[in-house]
Design a protein around this ligand. Structure first.
Ligand code: ADP
Ligand code: MG
Ligand code: MG
Length: 862
């Protein structure tokens, strides 16, 4: 047969999760293990992709479905569409990656008036039969015909009139079915379809279509899930939890999903079906309650869950149903858990002998560690919140408030800001990126702000109704605030404070440390940090950084004492004038470097010489104090500064600037050495090189200054690779370089011809929404384009100089997928912000384990 689209749960297939979806592969594996699972089959994601391409079910699919329904009938002894002993099924979506609550499921398919009556007679339980039927009409109406759930729910709640759904009599439920059928007719203009096969095929189409519903699209975008994957559909024989007190439904975790502690954790609801537990129809009981009410099923559940955890070698969460005291598993998947729980569970599973250390390392999602790596509000400080909202994304942030995204970007240049909005929209994305934290008045845990903030690992308090927004003002707890007034938000608790609140850096707890040490045993890539001052250097060392991969020196030019001297230097007419200002700057720079070198004793420190264009150190023309300054500002003005006099071009135009910096570096290294400290291995890095000759000249300058200042100390001279030409000419550039460090922020801008400031929030945001691009290339390395240039640079550079040291210092150095690519490329190290160092250690280990064939972290399926 050319193409098969349908597989029974007990049929072996090679397609795995991508073909069967997470739910389908779980049902097939459980069936194979002998876990009690109702019979059923999976329609593959191939069929969904064909459906999306062709706009209808692909040829042959209907026949295959008929054949598999016939097999189901054979095995269950029931007939689909019969009124005497009807076979009922559920139709359930299930993509390869988990998208909780995003797509649809319909239960009890196969019922119609006659079948409901037959079911009632055969089970001697009319209540159960009509309860199932009314559920079918509602779910089918919502999912297939898009009827507003509210229509059905208000009819149900007016019938209940304050009673529980289980208090409804069979007659009332029979009446409810009639009401629901009326609603269906009013809303669709046709009768509820009585034919079982018709119901089934329409449900399958609807589930395929639900892949493209707006909320699923938004979810995919927020989580970087490709649109082309499609969903599988599972058709499962119904088992009934709504048959009375000896039946029920529940969800359970093999360990506590918020702490990771061992022991069954979950909820159970007697006499209920499907999603009643999650939907909060009645308050569920803790799972232990089953021990008394349904001891056999409970015992079997405990045992089954242990087996599942052993089989998957990972914490699981399951959905199950008990029908007349018989247990059935309906779903299993790797449990969604907090980062803290993931770490604790991984460590205890190693202690319990369930998994190896290597496996433990692959069980943690590096991106999730962000949750644990944000500054927190000092727990010892006594502080009073001014308001409280939802704890939408963990971490604390302080900053001046801004009310719109553009202002956020602008003000963020001069200090931290917190973006305060009624609610955010995709148009705000550039402001959200620029802000330290996000606060919204409206919107819940799944609002745009909350979802996006969690995706970015940025603190967010959402739905803070106590906050009111006026025209350029915000009122919290009776205090009126304006743009720039400082607030602090705590996204882990939802608290909002006026003013600054003492924050403490995150701490790495024992479980975290344990896993990181295991990770270090596996990885080949070294991990360094980007740090510009002694505090960040010290912090990055605590987090396990093995050096500094990027120390930017331009920050050292700002500051009240320094900026006037810097400006004097820029305004000077002659080299002599510049040198006299630079002589005064040198001691400042030297002492900055000494602090950093002391913090990084014995480790490599890469220092990048001045990179930005000089006009960044001058005020705007209309703020300039005298005519001389104004004319200098005019002279330095460039229409495209990103491509102007910056990087090594500054160093070649004004060699005395770089000379001063090199001198300061060498003297600092020497001073530390003379004080008896272990000097670091200094790596002097020249930015924005595109031509061998640029670096050749700067290398000569570096060597001659070094020879004067610290001849006895080792050092290296190298360059950023951030201009495409440099990547292409890496062979000749490597002749004069000891190391390359890929500056992938600029390399991405220059390769794609995207200016980051002009792209994010504008056309790039649109590209991502419209699917022109799948990911933001500034977040996840564009492996095909930018990555290819890197590969060329590695090959040509190492080809000419085999011991060339290679690293990356762009923001991609802290992003798991990009880190895996750097591992594959054979770089020596990645460098990222201090808080991302632990994440990078883990991601680097996973890349190494993957290469060795041990798999890597896979997002929980379901
Ligand atoms: P979701 O992905 O939203 O969890 P599911 O397809 O898992 O959707 O189904 C929703 C609910 O219906 C779950 O509680 C599940 O256990 C229940 N359910 C699905 N199929 C059956 C079935 N054949 N018999 C009984 N309950 C079912
Ligand atoms: Mg489910
Ligand atoms: Mg750069």
């Amino acid at each position: 047969m050319a193409n098969r689209f349908v597989f029974d749960f007990d049929e072996p297939t090679a397609g795995g999760r991508d073909l069967l979806g997470g739910k389908g592969i779980g049902l097939a594996e459980m069936t194979h293990m002998g876990v009690p699972v109702p019979a059923g089959f999976t329609i593959t994601t191939d069929a969904c992709r064909a459906y999306m391409d062709e706009g209808d079910l692909p040829d042959g699919l209907e026949r295959e479905v008929d054949e598999h329904v016939a097999r189901l009938e054979e095995r269950t002894g029931k007939r689909f569409g019969s009124s005497d002993d009807p076979l009922l099924v559920s139709v359930r979506s299930g993509a390869a990656v988990s998208m909780p609550g995003m797509m649809d499921t319909i239960l009890n398919l196969g019922l119609n008036d006659a079948a409901a009556e037959g079911l009632a007679a055969r089970t001697d339980n009319a209540r159960f039969a009509y309860d199932s039927y009314r559920r079918l009409i509602q779910m089918f109406g919502e999912v297939v015909d898009g009827i507003d759930a509210h229509r059905f729910e208000s009819a149900l709640s007016s019938l209940k009139g304050g009673r529980q759904d289980t208090d409804l009599t069979p007659e009332e439920l029979r009446g409810l079915v009639e009401t629901f059928k009326d609603i269906y007719r009013q809303e669709t203009g046709s009768h509820f379809p009585a034919d079982a096969r018709d119901q089934l095929l329409r449900a399958v189409r609807a589930v395929f279509s639900s892949w493209d519903n707006p909320r699923a699209q938004v979810y995919r975008r927020a989580h970087g899930i490709p649109d082309v994957l499609g969903t599988a559909v599972n058709v499962v024989q119904m088992v009934f939890g709504n048959k009375g007190d000896r039946s029920g439904t529940g969800v359970a975790f093999t360990r506590d999903p918020s702490t990771g502690s061992s022991g069954l954790y979950g909820e159970f609801l007697a006499d209920a079906q499907g999603e009643d537990v999650v939907a909060g129809i009645r308050t569920p009981q803790p799972i232990e309650a089953m021990r008394d009410s349904l001891p056999n099923a409970f015992g079997q559940l405990v045992q089954t869950m242990r087996r599942l955890e052993e089989h998957y070698r990972d914490m699981q969460d399951v959905e199950f149903t008990v029908e007349d005291e018989r247990l059935y598993l309906l779903q299993t998947r790797s449990a969604k858990r907090t980062a803290a729980a993931a770490l604790k569970a991984a460590v205890s599973m190693v202690e319990e002998g369930l998994i190896t250390r290597e496996e433990a390392v692959t069980r943690i999602d590096p991106a999730q560690l962000d949750q644990l790596l944000h500054p927190m509000i000092d727990p010892t400080a006594t502080v009073e919140p001014a308001a409280k909202g939802l704890n939408a994304s963990p971490g604390a942030a302080s900053g001046g408030i801004v009310f719109d995204a553009d202002t956020a970007v602008e003000r963020a240049r001069s200090g931290p800001v917190v973006l305060v909005r009624w609610e955010t929209t995709p148009d705000d994305i550039h402001g959200m990126i620029a802000a330290e934290g996000i606060l919204t008045v409206h919107g819940g845990m799944t609002s745009h702000a909350a979802v996006v903030a969690r995706g970015m690992g940025k603190p967010c308090v959402a739905g803070c109704e106590e906050l009111s927004l006026g025209d350029g003002t915000a009122t919290i707890g009776g205090q009126e605030l304006r743009e720039g007034d400082v607030i602090t938000i705590d996204g882990g608790t939802g608290r909002v404070f006026v003013g600054r609140v003492p924050l403490v850096p995150p701490r790495i707890n024992d479980d975290f440390e344990t896993v990181l040490v295991w990770a270090d045993d596996q990885r080949r890539l070294k991990v360094r940090a980007n740090a510009d001052n002694p505090e960040d250097a010290a912090r990055s060392r605590e987090f396990g950084a093995q050096g500094i991969g990027l120390c930017r020196t331009e920050h050292m030019f700002f500051g009240d004492e320094r900026l006037p001297v810097v400006q004097e230097m820029i305004l000077a007419d002659s080299e002599r004038g510049r040198r006299s200002a630079l002589d005064r700057l040198l001691p400042f720079q030297q002492s900055d470097f000494e602090g950093i070198f002391e913090a990084m004793a014995g480790l490599p420190v890469t220092i990048r010489l001045l990179d930005p264009p000089l006009h960044e150190f001058l005020p705007a023309e209309d703020e300039a104090t005298d005519e001389k300054m104004r004319s200098r500002i005019r002279a330095l003005r460039e229409s495209n500064p990103m491509l102007g006099t910056r990087g090594c071009r500054v160093g070649l135009m004004f060699p005395e600037i770089y000379e001063m910096q090199i001198r300061a570096i060498a003297r600092a290294a020497r001073a530390v050495h003379e004080r008896g400290g272990e000097p670091p291995l200094v790596e002097v890095m020249h930015p924005l090189v595109g031509f061998r000759e640029e670096l050749a000249r700067l290398r000569e300058l570096t060597e001659s200054v070094w020879a004067e200042e610290a001849p006895e100390l080792d050092h290296l001279v190298g360059t950023m690779i951030e201009v495409p030409r440099a990547a292409l000419r890496a062979d000749e550039i490597s002749e004069v370089a000891d190391f390359f460090s890929f500056g992938t922020n600029d390399l991405t801008q220059m390769t794609l011809a995207f200016s980051r400031d002009d792209a994010e929030g504008k056309f790039l945001t649109r590209y991502l929404e419209d699917g022109v691009l799948e990911r933001n290339p500034f977040e996840v390395l564009d492996v095909e384009g930018v990555g290819d240039l890197m590969r060329i640079a590695v090959e040509r550079g190492r080809g000419a100089k085999p011991n060339l040291k290679l690293g990356i210092c762009g923001e991609h150095g802290g992003e798991p997928r990009s880190i895996a690519f750097c591992h594959d490329l054979g770089l020596d190290y990645v460098s990222c912000s201090p808080f991302r160092v632990p994440l990078a250690r883990l991601a680097a280990a996973q890349a190494a384990l993957k290469e060795a064939g041990s798999g890597s972290y896979v997002a929980a399926g379901g």
